[in-house]
Design a protein. Structure first.
Length: 360
């Protein structure tokens, strides 16, 4: 059933579990997507109005927030280079600091091996020179995770988004809807977390916030909602369809099987989809991120990561572990990182910026 209003629509999916195309409701109306205005900030479902007005989207402001978010690690590493000689004790202190920053043993060993060789080759004798070398080496190490998110290569890009409860999945979807609209894309959202009314309502609020239509159905089969959303997106000429899914732990095998089903059903609606399969991870969960990436990647074939909550308590070194392929993970690209709650606090991952904030 389509509800008609001047604002974004909440479209209730009617597709049955058999998912035959004949059961898909014909969608012929065109959704209206508009660039969000500053005056709408007060309607943000998760952000206080004062936050948006106090934050600047310019690059210098973003870098300052990133440095602030990783300040715990940045300060612990940066202080190691103050008033010290370049000797074995410095490398030992660095090893401890990197491991404490959740970099992990494998990545730490790789970084220090390269750093020792650089110091010897370039005959670096000053501590600040070692710090600069570490920053450059870490940047190069993280480059494998740096990849821009391209829109427009397919007409209706279907993006499936997964993650554990509390990682910031639905909030990230809302921010991405805003970011995609800023790039001129028409966006449709699908509330695939059909078990939690609060999750559906949060996504609907983000749809209202961004003037984006949302496909939802109470208690429905999540795969059916995803199937319906893909068809609706293609019929409406949407550029991006983002499918939210229920949060789950990698150990919940029956729920992981459901994720696999959603992925298969999306492929029935569009044989080329999903075009992106993203995992949202909480930057505060340290090395546990590695097990999440490994399990979700094995189940649904990840194409990218969104790392959230790098806002003061996160150590940040986990991404170095991901880049190193620690604990059998594949170095899945990091498309975005988040350092706060406002719209501008979710930004593309840039290795050099991250390394600068991490080393201090």
């Amino acid at each position: 059933m389509l509800s008609h209003s001047s604002g974004p629509e909440v479209i209730h999916s009617t597709v049955q579990e058999s998912l035959s195309p004949a059961q898909t409701p014909e969608v012929t109306e065109h959704a209206s997507t508009q660039t969000i205005q500053e005056s709408q900030a007060s309607t943000d479902p998760t952000v206080e109005s004062s936050e948006t007005s106090n934050q600047s989207p310019v690059k210098t402001s973003w870098l300052a927030r990133l440095r602030g978010g990783l300040s715990k690690t940045g300060q612990s590493i940066s202080t190691l280079f103050v008033g010290v000689k370049v000797d074995e004790s410095l490398f030992e202190e660095l090893e401890t600091a990197l491991i404490m920053a959740d970099t992990g043993v494998e990545a730490t060993a790789q970084l220090l091996k390269t750093l020792r060789a650089r110091v010897k080759k370039d005959r670096i004798s000053e501590a600040q020179g070692v710090k600069q070398a570490l920053r450059e080496i870490l940047t190069e190490h993280l480059k494998v995770l740096e990849k821009p998110f391209e829109i427009g290569q397919v007409k209706t890009m279907v993006v499936m988004i997964a993650g554990v409860n509390g990682a910031g999945k639905t909030t990230s979807i809302g921010k991405l809807a805003h970011a995609f609209q800023q790039r001129g894309a028409k966006v449709l959202l699908a509330a695939g977390d059909t078990f939690r009314a609060a999750a559906r309502q949060q996504l609907v609020e983000w749809g209202t916030r961004n003037n984006v239509d949302v496909i939802t159905q109470d208690g429905a089969d999540p795969a059916a909602v995803a199937f319906d959303a893909v068809h609706a997106g293609r019929a409406r000429g949407m550029d991006v369809v983002m499918v939210d899914t229920a949060g789950r732990l990698p150990t919940q095998l029956h729920l992981m099987d459901e994720l696999k089903k959603i992925r298969r059903v999306i492929g029935k609606a569009d044989p080329t989809a999903p075009h992106e399969v993203l995992l949202v991870v909480d930057g505060n969960t340290g090395q546990n991120v590695l097990s999440q990436i490994r399990t979700f990647d094995a189940a649904i074939g990840l194409t990218g990561l969104i790392v959230t909550k790098l806002d003061g308590t996160a150590k940040g070194g986990t991404l170095a572990a991901v880049a190193a392929g620690s604990q059998g993970v594949r170095p899945v690209p990091v498309y975005w990182i988040g350092v706060g709650e406002s719209m501008e606090d979710l930004q593309p991952f840039v290795a050099a910026e991250f390394a600068q904030a991490l080393v201090g």
